[in-house]
Design a protein around this ligand. Structure first.
Ligand code: AMP
Length: 410
């Protein structure tokens, strides 16, 4: 039957068949983050538009594709399209730079982007990510990539490629931008119209283009590595040698600059090996100037964000089937008090129960209990009978205490 209402295009329900896998994945990500001593942060779904427009970069897709509105007091509000700016805002507002100079945060949250829905691209989606504030040392970059690699391994996501690059300082970026602008301006003839537009607004973003006609132009574009100074080159080599030592495979990707305005230094992306157009699982990098730009003290920082829907699709992780300990059959209202008392005691003793409030007859309840993979059928009428569904063993018990003994001795 067709529902009178449908979900909004680009949004999805996560249904019970999938929530177990989601919960398992979330548990794994919580545990790994905490093992690396990252602490969870939760920020509001709504923020002021300026937080993103002024900090993510107006010309980026993230900033242009926000859901925004003006509220009754003429405040311009946005549903958050990404997490770094809100986390930095909270970091500054919470004064963490004072209380926790090496501050490591992680999040799992829903984000909203008004982009054209397609496979792997939703209007509401979930990201897991980490942000590490306070260290400019390259070892921090290694650790952040190590967290991402550990998470993917634990989720049994294997066929991936880690792309790494170093885009240098903001000065390098400006120089590179000028160099790219000059190069692309000489190659506009076969360039996509989108990239032609970006030539004026944000030429670096042309390198992110997925348009076919741009690929051969991008392939011969100048690379940022040539502009790096000695210490940046040394940092990059140090990062790579640590990844080697950790046996984390990577590819140097000289054109990986990442779309957002705030990156500097290390940038990285993890993609799946599939040919899907949306093959990016995780993207991250350093953003040493964002905290200061947003009104905090000068604080180096680095983080990554990973798409949870895409990780679920790629994960080979197997979850155990849902099962019930005790299926409760109580078909006579006269026994409902006793039934609820036993049920409460079972819950308090950490058993999972299924109570058939439809009051089918016992024969049908038995069938239903088997279908639901219950271990025991508990029949409460004038007697209390408990039956082991697998072995068919069955005994009468006089009270909860006896029932508990029976269950414990099985
Ligand atoms: P970004 O914040 O754009 O760097 O994205 C980080 C990760 O989030 C990507 O690598 C994707 O896995 C995921 N992601 C970004 N946008 C979407 C979207 N619209 N729908 C689903 N996943 C997304």
């Amino acid at each position: 039957m067709k529902s009178k209402y449908q979900k909004i295009k680009g949004t999805f329900d996560i249904l019970p068949a999938d929530t177990r896998l989601w919960k398992e994945m979330e548990n794994i990500l919580h545990n790994i983050s905490e093992q690396f001593s990252y602490e969870e942060i939760r920020t509001p779904a709504i923020e002021s538009i300026d937080l993103f427009k002024q900090n993510v970069g107006y010309e980026t897709d993230v900033s242009k594709e926000m859901f925004t509105w003006e509220d009754h007091s003429h405040q311009q509000i946005a549903l958050k399209p990404e997490m770094t700016a809100p986390v930095v805002r909270a970091y500054i507002e919470g004064g963490f730079f004072r209380s926790n100079p090496l501050c490591r945060l992680y999040y799992m949250d829903s984000l909203f982007r008004r982009e054209k829905p397609q496979k792997g691209r939703q209007r509401q989606f979930n990201q897991f990510g980490i942000e590490a504030f306070g260290s400019s040392n390259i070892e921090q970059d290694v650790e952040v990539i190590m967290v991402a690699a550990t998470c993917l391994k634990a989720l049994n996501i294997n066929d991936t490629t880690l792309h790494v690059n170093n885009i240098g300082s903001p000065e390098t970026r400006t120089q590179y931008e000028a160099l790219l602008k000059k190069y692309f301006a000489q190659n506009t003839r076969s360039m996509s119209s989108l990239s032609k537009k970006r030539l004026d607004t944000n030429p670096i973003r042309i390198l992110d283009s997925k348009e076919k006609e741009d690929q051969s132009i991008i392939k011969n574009a100048p690379i940022v590595k040539e502009l790096l100074n000695d210490s940046e080159k040394e940092d990059f080599n140090m990062l790579l040698s640590n990844l080697d030592a950790l046996n984390i495979k990577y590819e140097e990707s000289p054109y990986l600059v990442r779309g957002l305005d705030y990156y500097n230094g290390t940038t990285f992306e993890i993609t799946t090996l599939s040919n899907k157009s949306q093959n990016a699982l995780c993207g991250g990098g350093r953003y040493d100037f964002l905290v200061e730009k947003m009104g905090g003290p000068s604080t180096p920082a680095i983080g990554f964000a990973a798409g949870m829907e895409r990780m679920i699709i790629e994960s080979q992780y197997q979850v155990a089937k849902n099962s019930i300990d005790i299926y409760i059959s109580s078909n006579d209202l006269n026994h409902s008090r006793q039934c609820f008392s036993i049920m409460q005691n079972l819950i308090d003793n950490n058993y999972t129960v299924f109570f058939d409030t439809n009051k089918k007859n016992v024969k049908n309840q038995m069938k239903d209990a088997i279908k639901r993979s219950a271990s025991y059928l508990l029949i409460i009428d004038k007697n209390i009978t408990v039956k082991n569904i697998k072995s068919n063993d069955e005994i009468a018990v006089s009270d909860f205490h006896e029932l508990l003994n029976f269950l414990k001795n099985q």
